[in-house]
Design a protein around this ligand. Structure first.
Ligand SMILES: NC(=O)c1ccc[n+]([C@@H]2O[C@H](COP(=O)([O-])OP(=O)(O)OC[C@H]3O[C@@H](n4cnc5c(N)ncnc54)[C@H](OP(=O)(O)O)[C@@H]3O)[C@@H](O)[C@H]2O)c1
Length: 240
C-alpha cells in the first residue's frame, strides 16, 4: 500500500484529504499540534482499515519532523508528502504596517522552513519510492496582493518557489504546489473573523482535485484546485 505523510491533518483540508486517501487504501502518518483532535481524526480513519500513525507535534520542531519521517519508514517507506500545516502570522490578519517581525517569522518558520526541513528528511524515502510526490499547499495570496495577507502571502510565495526549484532538482519526483482556493475552515475564520463563510466551499469539495493529481500525475508545477476540478482545465499555472 502507498504511504503518505500529511501535516495539519486534524481538521480542515488535511483531515479531508487524509480521509480520502485512507478510503483508497493509503497508510498514513498524520500530524497536528493538538493531540486530542489528531487522535480523534485518526480514530475516524481507522474505519477504512489502513494503518494510521498519529504523531502529535509542531512542524517547526526538527525532532518532531524526524519522528514523522521515522513513522513513515516504519510503515514501509514514503510515496507522498503533503506540506499542509500553516501559520497566518497574525490572527486576525493585519496590514503590513502592523505585522510584527515575530508574526512574519512564525509564518515563514511554519510555511517555509518547516516544509523544507520535512522535505529534506523525507527525500531519501521519496526517491526510493519510484513514484514519490510532494504536495505543497499554497494559496492565491502567494500571487495576488490582498490587503492584510502580505506576510502569509509572502511565505506561500516562498513555498511556491521552493517547490519549483525542487521540481528541477528532483526530476524523479513529482512536486505540485497547489492553491486549494478559499475554504470554510478555522484558518480562514482566524484570518478574517466574522467574514461571511456561506459562499466558501468545505474542504472536502476540493479533495477530488488532489486525487486527480495522484491519479494522472501531471508534470510538476503550480496548480489550482478549481482548474483541477474542471476536467478540461488541469493546466499547470506555470505552463500558462
Ligand atoms: N482555508 C482557506 O481558505 C485556504 C485558502 C488557501 C490556502 N489554504 C491553505 O490550506 C492549508 C490547510 O488549511 P485549512 O484551512 O484546512 O486550516 P485548518 O482547518 O485551520 O487546519 C490547519 C491544520 O494544521 C494544523 N497545524 C497548524 N499549525 C501547525 C504546526 N505548526 N504544526 C503542526 N500542525 C499544525 C492544525 O492543527 P493544530 O492547530 O492542532 O496544530 C490543523 O490540523 C494551509 O496550508 C492553508 O494555508 C487555506
Amino acid at each position: 500500500m502507498p504511504v503518505g505523510i500529511i501535516t495539519g491533518a486534524s481538521k480542515g483540508l488535511g483531515r479531508a484529504l487524509a480521509a480520502a486517501l485512507a478510503e483508497r487504501g493509503w497508510d498514513l502518518v498524520l500530524d497536528a499540534r493538538t493531540a486530542s483532535a489528531l487522535e480523534e481524526a485518526a480514530r475516524d480513519l481507522a474505519a477504512h482499515g489502513t494503518r494510521v500513525e498519529a504523531v502529535a507535534g509542531d512542524v517547526t520542531d526538527a525532532g518532531h519532523r524526524a519522528d514523522l519521517v521515522a513513522a513513515a519508514r516504519g510503515l514501509g517507506g514514503l510515496d507522498l508528502l503533503v506540506n499542509n500545516a500553516s501559520a497566518l502570522g497574525a490572527e486576525p490578519l493585519v496590514r503590513l504596517e502592523e505585522l510584527t517581525p515575530e508574526g512574519l517569522r512564525q509564518a515563514l518558520e511554519t510555511n517555509v522552513v518547516a516544509a523544507l526541513g520535512l522535505l529534506q528528511g523525507a527525500l531519501p524515502l521519496l526517491r526510493a519510492s519510484g513514484a514519490g510526490a510532494v504536495v505543497d499547499i499554497s494559496s492565491d495570496a502567494a500571487v495576488e496582493a490582498y490587503e492584510t495577507w502580505g506576510g502569509y502571502g509572502a511565505s506561500k510565495a516562498a513555498l511556491d518557489h521552493l517547490s519549483a526549484v525542487l521540481a528541477v532538482e528532483e526530476p524523479g519526483i513529482r512536486v505540485w504546489a497547489v492553491d486549494p482556493g478559499d475554504m470554510r475552515t478555522d484558518l480562514y475564520e482566524a484570518a478574517v473573523p466574522g467574514d461571511d463563510a456561506s459562499g466558501r466551499p468545505s474542504p472536502g469539495t476540493v479533495v477530488p482535485a488532489f486525487l486527480r493529481l495522484l491519479d494522472e500525475r501531471p508534470p510538476s508545477g503550480r496548480y489550482s484546485a478549481p482548474s483541477l476540478l474542471d476536467v478540461a482545465g488541469a493546466v499547470s499555472v506555470d505552463a500558462r
